[in-house]
Design a binder for this molecule. Structure first.
Ligand code: HDE
Length: 712
C-alpha cells in the first residue's frame, strides 16, 4: 500500500496495456489495403480553408468503416458480458451419454460464456429486475455444443408461438418507447395476467433471483428437458444445472435502483475485475437424469418448460466444473459477435419435443442472418469450432475462406466422394429414433395445463425475508402500472398462488382483491376452443416445500472477491488497518480505501497510500461491507463529512456487515449503527475473524425489520 508499491504496480499496468496491444506494437498505420498512412488528422481540401475533395479516399475509407460499426443488437438479451474459460469432467457418465465431453476426464474443453439481461437494450443498466441469460459455448472435439440457458430453471411460456407476444409486452411500449429495461408497466402485466402459464417464471422474477449480486453468484439452467444418448442408443432425459462455487446471492431492490445510477456496468465490471484479479469464477455442472421409462411418472409434464423438477424429487448429480479465466480481448469481435444456437449439439446430446425448444431450434439460426449478415457467421473467429470443418456449402455474404477443388456436391466421384460421411460408430450424428404416431394438431397438451402449483411451491419454499422481497417486488411493479383492471386481475391471480402474498400486495396497492375477474383466465388458446376447458385447474400440492429453491440454503463459506470499503482520512491507524486488510485479503476479499479526496492518503505511520475512490465518486451500494480502522485524526475528519455518515447508514440499511476499531466508534455513534451494537454483523473493536464470519453470511436479514424506519 505504500507509495513505492503504487508506482511499481502502475508501471506494470502500462506494460500490460502495451502487451495487450500486441497486434499493433511497433507497427505503422496503414489503410485496409496496406497503404502507409501519412496523416489521419486532416481531410484533403481545396486550400486550407476550402471545401473537402471527393478524391479523399483516406477520409472515405475511415468514415465508411465508422458508419457501419454497429450491427443490429440482439432482439432479446442485447445487454451482455462474456468470458473465456474451460470445462473439466469429474467422472465419466458414459452410462447415460456418449458425448466425449462427458466421457473423457482428461479433457479440458474450452468454453466461451455470455451472461445477459433479457429486456433492455445494449446500453441499459445491469441491475434491471430481469431474468439473466447464461449461455455456454463448449468447443468440443466432436464439434461445438451450445447450452443456451438462463439463471432461472423455468421459462415464461410453453410454446414458441407465444415468444413474440411475451417480448413485445415486456419491451418498451411501442407508442412512446418507455420504459427501458423494466417489466413494471401495463403491457407486460396485461399479457402476464392473461397468459397464466407465465406466472411461475414471473414469481421467480419477483424474487431476489432477478437482481443477482454478481453473475458469478447465479445458478444457470438449461431449462428444457434434453436427451442423453449412450453408445447403446438408449435415451435418458436430462436437465442441466450450473451451481456457482460462491453460492447464490442477491442484492436488495433499493440497492439495485441505486447501483443503476452509481455504476450501470456493475455486473460487467464485477466479472471483468474478478478475472483480471485472478479470482476465476467457477460453476459446477449438475444433471438431473430421468430414465426414459419414467417419462410419465411426474405430476407435471417433463416437456413443459414452465415446470422445474424439484431437486428433492430428482437429485442433481454434480459431474464437472467450469472455470472462467480470461476476459475477451475485443468486446465486439467476441461478446457481440458470438452466436449461440440451441441447435448446436454433439453426438450423445439430443432434443425432446418441448415445444419451446423446438421453436428455438429455428429462431437462433434465423436471427444470426440479420445480426451477422449471412450464412457464414460460423467463420467468425469466436464462432469457429476447434475441429476442422468440411462440407459442400459455398459462397454467400462474408465468405472468408477460399474453398479449393472442382466439386461442391455430394455424392461425387471426381474428388473420391469427399468429404465422405461418418458412420455412427465413427461419431456421425444420428437423431434419436423417437416413435411418432399422431394426428397433426395445432394445440397444447392438457398435461401442460397447471399454472399455479409450482409458483405456489416456489413461494412456500422461500425464507420469510425472501417472501417479503417478493411481496415488495409485486407491489412495486404493479404500483407502476396505470390500469386498475390489470392490477386487479393480477391480484386475483396472485391470490390463487398464495392468499397472504396477495393480501400484502393488495394493501400496498390500496386495492381489494376482486372476487372474480371478468375475462377468461387463460387466453393462450385457439379461437375455436372452449374457454372452460382451459381454465387452469386448482393447484396441486405434491411437495410441501423444496428447500433447494431458497437462497437461505445456499453456500455461505467464502468472502472471496467481496468488496470491503475502508473509510479513511489522513492519520488513519496503520496497525489496525494492516491487521484487518491482511486477514481479509488472505480470504480473497478486495479491500478498497475510500477517502475524502482522491490521490493518496497518509496513515499515522506517515506512509502514503493510494486512494481507490474519493467519497464523491462512489456509493455504499457498490460494496459488500464497511470497515473503519480508526486513528483519531482520521475519524474526526470523517465525522464532518455527511457522505461518510450516509455511507454507513446505508450499509446498515442493506443489512451488510460493519466493522470499526475502538477509535472508529465515534463515527459509528454519529450514525444509526449506534442502536445496533448488539447486531451479529456489527463488530466494534473485534477480531477480523468475526468480521469475516459476518461477511460470509452475505447479509444479516434478521436486521431487515428493524432498519425499515431508517432513512438512507
Ligand atoms: Fe432465447 N433468443 N428465445 N431463450 N436466448 C435469443 O438469439 C428465442 C429462450 C436465451 O448471449 C436470440 O442470438 C425464442 C429460452 C439466451 O447471445 C433469439 C424463444 C431460453 C440468449 C432468441 C426463446 C433463452 C437468447 C436473440 C422461445 C433459456 C442470449 C439473439 C421459443 C433456456 C444468447 C440471439 C447470447 C437469445 C429467441 C426462449 C435463452 C431471438 C424464439 C427458453 C441466454 O434468437
Amino acid at each position: 500500500m505504500a507509495n513505492n508499491k503504487t508506482n511499481k504496480s502502475e508501471s506494470k499496468k502500462v506494460e500490460d496495456l502495451k502487451a495487450s496491444q500486441k497486434d499493433f506494437n511497433d507497427t505503422t498505420m496503414t489503410t485496409n489495403q496496406g497503404l502507409k498512412v501519412n496523416d489521419t488528422n486532416n481531410s484533403l481540401k481545396s486550400g486550407e480553408r476550402g471545401s473537402t475533395l471527393l478524391e479523399d479516399f483516406l477520409l472515405r475509407e475511415k468514415i465508411t468503416s465508422f458508419d457501419h460499426e454497429r450491427i443490429p443488437e440482439r432482439i432479446v438479451h442485447a445487454r451482455g458480458s462474456a468470458a473465456h474459460g474451460y470445462f473439466e469432467l469429474y467422472d465419466s457418465i458414459a452410462q447415460y451419454t456418449k458425448a466425449g465431453i462427458f466421457n473423457d476426464v482428461s479433457r479440458k474443453t474450452p468454453v466461451f460464456v455470455r451472461f445477459s439481461t433479457v429486456a433492455g437494450s445494449k446500453g441499459s443498466p445491469d441491475l434491471a429486475r430481469d431474468v439473466r441469460g447464461f449461455a455456454v459455448k463448449f468447443y468440443t472435439e466432436e464439434g461445438t455444443w451450445d447450452l443456451v440457458g438462463n439463471n432461472m430453471p423455468i421459462f415464461f411460456i410453453q410454446d414458441a408461438m407465444k415468444f413474440p407476444d411475451l417480448i413485445h409486452s415486456v419491451k418498451p411500449e411501442p407508442n412512446k418507447e418507455i420504459p427501458q429495461a423494466a417489466s413494471a408497466h401495463d403491457t407486460f402485466y396485461d399479457f402476464v395476467s392473461h397468459a397464466t402459464e407465465t406466472l411461475h417464471n414471473h414469481i421467480w422474477v419477483m424474487s431476489d433471483r432477478a437482481i443477482p449480486r454478481s453473475f458469478r453468484m447465479m445458478e444457470g439452467f438449461g431449462i428444457h428437458t434434453f436427451r442423453f444418448i449412450n453408445d447403446k442408443n438408449e435415451s435418458h432425459f436430462v436437465r442441466f444445472h450450473w451451481k456457482p462455487k460462491l453460492g447464490v446471492h442477491s442484492l436488495t431492490w433499493d440497492e439495485a435502483v441505486k447501483i443503476n445510477g452509481a455504476d450501470s456496468d456493475f455486473h460487467r465490471r464485477d466479472l471483468w475485475d474478478a478475472i483480471e484479479a485472478g479470482q476465476f469464477p467457477e460453476w459446477e455442472l449438475g444433471v438431473q437424469i430421468i430414465p426414459q421409462e419414467d417419462e410419465f411418472k411426474f405430476e407435471f409434464d417433463l416437456l413443459d418448460p414452465t415446470k422445474l423438477i424439484p431437486e428433492e424429487m430428482v437429485p442433481v448429480q454434480i459431474i464437472g466444473k467450469m472455470t472462467l479465466n480470461k476476459n475477451p480481448e475485443n468486446f465486439f469481435a467476441e461478446t457481440e459477435q458470438v452466436a449461440f444456437l440451441p441447435g448446436h449439439v454433439v453426438p450423445g446430446i439430443d432434443f425432446t419435443n418441448d415445444p419451446l425448444l423446438q421453436g428455438r431450434l429455428f429462431s437462433y439460426r434465423d436471427t444470426q442472418l440479420s445480426r451477422l449478415g449471412g450464412p457464414n457467421f460460423h467463420q467468425i473467429p469466436i464462432n469457429r469450432p476447434i475441429v476442422p470443418t468440411h462440407n459442400n456449402q459455398r459462397d454467400g455474404m462474408m465468405q472468408t475462406e477460399i474453398p479449393t477443388g472442382q466439386t461442391a456436391y455430394f455424392p461425387n466421384s471426381l474428388t473420391g466422394g469427399c468429404p465422405h460421411l461418418a458412420k455412427m460408430a465413427e461419431g456421425g450424428f444420428h437423431s434419436y429414433e423417437e416413435r411418432i404416431d399422431a394426428k397433426k394438431v395445432r394445440g397444447r397438451s392438457e398435461s401442460f395445463n397447471d399454472h399455479f402449483s409450482q409458483p405456489a411451491l416456489f413461494y412456500r419454499s422461500l425464507a420469510k425475508w425472501e417472501q417479503e422481497h417478493v411481496a415488495d417486488a409485486y407491489t412495486f411493479e404493479l404500483g407502476k402500472c396505470n390500469q386498475k383492471h390489470i392490477k386487479e386481475r393480477m391480484l386475483w391471480l396472485i391470490a390463487e398462488i398464495d392468499t397472504d402474498l396477495a393480501n400484502k400486495v393488495a394493501e400496498g396497492l390500496g386495492l381489494a382483491i376482486p372476487e372474480t375477474i371478468e375475462q377468461p383466465v387463460n387466453q393462450a388458446i385457439g379461437a375455436d376452443e372452449e374457454v372452460s376447458k382451459h381454465q387452469p385447474p386448482k393447484k396441486k400440492n405434491y411437495l410441501d416445500a423444496a428447500p433447494t429453491l431458497s437462497q437461505a440454503n445456499t453456500k455461505f463459506d467464502s468472502i472471496a472477491t467481496r468488496q470491503v470499503a475502508v473509510l479513511v482520512a489522513n492519520g488513519f491507524s496503520m496497525k489496525n488497518f494492516k491487521k484487518m486488510s491482511d486477514a481479509l485479503e488472505k480470504e480473497g476479499a478486495m479491500v478498497k480505501l475510500i477517502a475524502p479526496h482522491g490521490g493518496t492518503i497518509t496513515c499515522d505511520e506517515n506512509m502514503e497510500h493510494p486512494v481507490d475512490a474519493a467519497i464523491m465518486t462512489t456509493e455504499s451500494v457498490l460494496f459488500d461491507s464497511v470497515y473503519i480502522p480508526g486513528g483519531k485524526a482520521a475519524v474526526d475528519k470523517l465525522m464532518k463529512e455527511a457522505k461518510f455518515v450516509k455511507f454507513i447508514n446505508e450499509t446498515l440499511k442493506h443489512c451488510k456487515a460493519i466493522a470499526a476499531d475502538a477509535e472508529g466508534e465515534d463515527l459509528i455513534d454519529k450514525t444509526f449503527v449506534k442502536d445496533f451494537k448488539k447486531d451479529k454483523a456489527v463488530l466494534i473493536n473485534q477480531e477480523p475473524s468475526k468480521f469475516i464470519d459476518a461477511m460470509k453470511q452475505h447479509r444479516n436479514w434478521d436486521r431487515s425489520d428493524l432498519v425499515k424506519e431508517i432513512p438512507a
